[in-house]
Design a protein around this ligand. Structure first.
Ligand code: C2O
Ligand code: CU
Length: 559
């Protein structure tokens, strides 16, 4: 194992990834942020210096952080935000997982202004133990893009009477695209120096593409023209039995690795298309002067990657046969089952089942809120949950009861926190009460996706639920899937449900939230505490405490 150390300065900068200028948040002036590429077992050290005007925090999406919960990077949950002028050293070891991940700002909506980047963990026998081998391996980042500063948009989202989330203006692949400047009269635009992403893939071979949706709001459908079969071999870090697909759908936060085989003989260049799925938007319109599709060029070529590639004039837009597939706001898993390889069976029964109703609501104040049961989350930036919890445990004045539920959890309190003691198996039935699909992400764990569907969860009656949502799934009624997929983002479709099972074996406080940032920012989030008893022995590192002591104004500026 090695130590991989990075030095990052968070900088505000005007940028024009596709030609149109906007205020961005960058890492060392770079966008997307630098690739972190490590081997399983390595230690990642990232020294972050915040030179931006807002407080920030960096989250490592999908990384377990086993034993280092305070490094999870969630402002208000595991740490105080890094105030302007401050620095913080993230340090954690990646164990027991490999595959495709990413990192992003976890303070406000900074993700949408560019604070994102890829993270790849190579497994020990990644290339040899695979059902399919490949000669090259690369990251394909899909991202929705807003031309206005996301922070400004946030103010609009939360303004009285507003019900809809802003629709992205464009999409990017690996941070690149080319806008048509003449269509954007009101905006400063210059496409000089911009280009379409190009991937040189050696002909007659297989290549691994790691698709990551690291955007904040849009779902993507991806396909490669004339390459009708792209077997999936990884789902959110879990290796799966190769499963042939013609296209992939990714909600925000999801990843898939697929194998593209360069075996076509008619042409040498093909479009890789990434379309934002418009039916996922409440108001299904892309502003006419934007585009819902981003394209990259896949070129059969053994030559090393060229830097700046101009678009070949006549790239065949031949049979893009993949457009027939329904573009729906549903996980791939609603189309078919993926099976972990080697098998990774879920425990047969759970110790607890939680029934969580989620919806977006316009409350009495006509402000849009995301609601889980009756709680709508707001991070406590000055006293993160983990800090309060450890201090509470130290003074044996804990507010998390032995039953596993914060006494306040199911009241109309702001904060829904569910705590588990020891290592427990937990079921979550996410019942979506509104028309939007909500892709939920659990920090620090992966869950098995045991089932999903439309309408009410069918086991509802059999659950024996008390009104407050406690109760065990009737074992006779449990959903049985052979070797179900295990991942870290899964969706409750509009007016539908999803049943997730996880083992709460990772001590800490973990956010569980919709990964569409407008929704999570509006409060569609809650927290799970795992292994409460083991936290008793913990002391928070000085580095973590220190962050919580900047002058008060500075903290608030980032709020
Ligand atoms: Cu990808 Cu809570 O985040
Ligand atoms: Cu949502």
């Amino acid at each position: 194992p090695q130590v991989r150390e990075y030095h990052w300065t968070i900088l505000e900068k005007e940028g024009n990834p596709d030609g149109i200028f906007k205020p961005m948040m960058t890492i060392n002036g770079q966008f997307p942020g630098p690739l972190i590429e490590v081997n399983e077992g390595d230690t990642i050290v990232v020294n972050v210096v915040n030179r931006a005007s807002n407080a920030t925090a960096i989250h490592w999406h999908g990384i377990f952080q086993n034993g280092t919960a305070w490094m999870d990077g969630t402002a208000g949950i595991t740490q105080c935000p890094i105030a302007p002028g401050q620095s913080f050293k993230y340090e954690f070891t990646v164990k027991g997982q490999s595959g495709t991940y990413f990192y992003h700002g976890h303070q406000g909506v900074q993700t949408l202004d560019g604070l994102v980047g890829p993270l790849v963990i190579h497994g020990r026998e990644e290339r040899t133990a695979r059902p399919l081998s490949y000669v090259s391996d690369r990251v394909v980042m899909l991202q929705d893009w807003y031309y206005d500063s996301a922070e400004g948009l946030m103010v609009e989202v939360l303004s009285p009477g507003n019900e809809d989330s802003p629709i992205p203006n464009a999409a990017l692949i690996n941070g690149l695209n080319q806008a048509e400047c003449s269509l954007h009269a009101g905006r400063r635009c210059d496409i000089e120096g911009t280009f379409l992403p190009t991937m040189n893939l050696a002909p007659g071979a297989s290549h691994r593409l790691r698709f990551i949706n690291l955007g904040g709001f849009a779902w993507f459908q991806v396909s490669v023209d004339e390459h009708l079969i792209i077997p999936v071999i990884e789902v959110d870090g879990t290796p799966v039995e190769a499963s042939p697909e013609s296209d992939l759908i990714l909600s925000p936060g999801q990843r898939y690795s697929a194998i593209v085989t360069t075996d076509q003989t008619e042409h040498e260049s093909f479009w890789l298309r990434a379309r934002m799925i418009k039916t996922c938007f409440a108001e299904p319109i892309i502003p006419e002067n934007g585009s819902d599709e981003a394209r990259a060029i896949i070129r059969y070529s053994a030559e090393p990657q060229a830097q700046n590639v101009t678009v070949p004039q006549a790239l065949p837009t031949t049979n893009n046969t993949n457009t027939d597939y329904p573009m729906v706001c549903k996980d791939m898993t609603s189309r078919k089952q993926y099976h972990p390889s080697p098998p990774l069976p879920a425990p047969e029964v759970a110790d607890h089942s939680w029934y969580l109703r989620v919806n977006l609501a316009i409350g009495d104040w006509r402000l849009q809120r995301g609601v889980m049961n009756s709680s709508s989350f707001r991070p406590n930036l000055k006293e993160p949950t983990l800090h309060r919890l450890l201090d509470g445990l130290a003074s044996s004045n804990e507010s998390f009861t032995a039953e596993g539920v914060n006494a306040a959890a199911f009241d109309a309190k702001e904060e829904l926190v569910v705590a588990h003691r020891g290592v427990e198996t937990v079921d979550v039935i996410l019942q979506n009460m509104d028309e939007n699909s909500h892709p939920f992400h659990l920090h620090g764990h992966q869950f098995w996706v045991l089932g999903a569907g439309h309408g009410y969860f069918p086991g509802y009656a059999a659950l024996g639920l008390q009104p407050e949502g406690r109760g065990l799934l009737d074992p006779a009624n449990r959903t049985v899937v052979e070797n179900p997929v295990r991942r870290d983002v899964a969706t409750a479709e509009g007016f539908g449900w999803v049943l997730l099972r996880f083992v709460a074996d990772n001590p800490g406080v973990w956010l569980f939230h919709c990964h569409m940032v407008w929704h999570s920012e509006a409060g569609m989030a809650m927290q799970f505490v795992s292994r409460l008893d083991d936290l008793r022995a913990w002391t928070l590192p000085e580095e973590s405490r220190r962050l919580c002591q900047p002058p008060e104004e500075e903290l608030r500026r980032g709020a």
